[in-house]
Design a protein around this ligand. Structure first.
Ligand SMILES: [Mg+2]
Length: 278
């Protein structure tokens, strides 16, 4: 059996599970729309939160076609209009003959809560540039003293123990400046042996993991990838032969390529403890 020696952690939604900032982000996006559209945005955002919208975690928003898609490993299996009417199979087959290629502008994989408000805003006509600006404003807000971030104590204890026995690597799509502040707020600054910022997951996940493998001289089968975004952190790692733990509060990925799925940070702490510290 191959022993894990190196653990690659995502940051947001993985090292902490606060969700206030998503509402802050949603408000910024909403306020860039016209008043009528703000009302519609609000309604959709609440409906998604209540699980009463076709848009949901695990699906895809195609901003160009304004369609919501379900897929299996990139192959479209079902599609809906924004209001939830199913798209005929023939039209789907014409539009999506090839597996989906996700990007950060038009083919949005709703892998975590960052992607919900931005998809809604794009549906109501917000440009990618304005959306990115709101994202940066949110990250800035997260750096201020107004934004309180408390680590989950059980998880912090496990992380502290892990860092003395394993090589821990942070890999996030977020920029270094605000990520470092978040790590500091959580008290995790000294736990990581290496950090990769602006990782451009999922497009570059495999390249980054190959880089880690080379730089730290560790084969893929000794690496564990931990994250809350299946497309970004789990699937590409599993394809390379890494082990993985998917944080999956909605229970979507139980029968997936993830080695383990956990509902949240508390269960993640227990899983890591039992697997790697006993
Ligand atoms: Mg994340």
């Amino acid at each position: 059996m191959n022993k894990i020696t190196t653990i690659v952690f995502d940051l947001d939604g993985t090292l902490y599970e606060d969700t206030h900032h998503f509402h802050y982000y949603a408000d910024l996006l909403k306020n860039k729309l016209t008043p009528e559209k703000q009302k519609a945005f609000e309604k959709d955002y609440l409906a998604v939160g209540a699980g009463k919208h076709t848009l949901m975690i695990g699906r895809v928003y195609d901003a160009e076609q304004d369609l919501i898609l379900a897929h299996r490993d990139g192959t479209v299996t079902q599609g809906w209009t924004w209001t939830g009417e199913e798209v005929p199979k023939e039209r789907l087959a014409n539009l999506y003959a090839e597996p989906l290629q996700f990007d950060l502008l038009n083919m949005l994989s709703i892998g975590d809560l960052w992607w919900v408000p931005v998809s809604i805003a794009k549906h109501y006509g917000l440009s990618s540039e304005e959306a990115y600006h709101a994202f940066l404003q949110t990250r800035e807000h997260m750096m201020t003293d107004d934004f309180l971030l408390e680590p989950l104590v059980e998880f912090a204890d496990v992380l502290e123990k892990l860092h003395t026995k394993y090589k821990l690597i942070l890999m996030t799509n977020s920029p270094q400046t605000d990520s470092d502040v978040i790590l500091k707020k959580l008290g995790f600054t000294s736990y990581f042996h290496d950090k990769i910022f602006e990782a451009n997951k999922p497009i570059n996940t495999a390249d980054r993991l190959a880089y880690i493998s080379q730089k730290h001289d560790v084969p893929f089968n000794q690496m564990l990838s931990v994250g809350d975004n299946y497309i970004n952190e789990i699937l590409p790692a599993a394809r390379l032969g890494c082990k993985s733990i998917c944080i999956d509060p909605n229970g979507i990925f139980e029968n997936s390529e993830a080695t383990h799925t956990v509902a949240g940070l508390a269960e993640l702490a227990v899983t890591l403890e039992n697997w790697l510290l006993k």
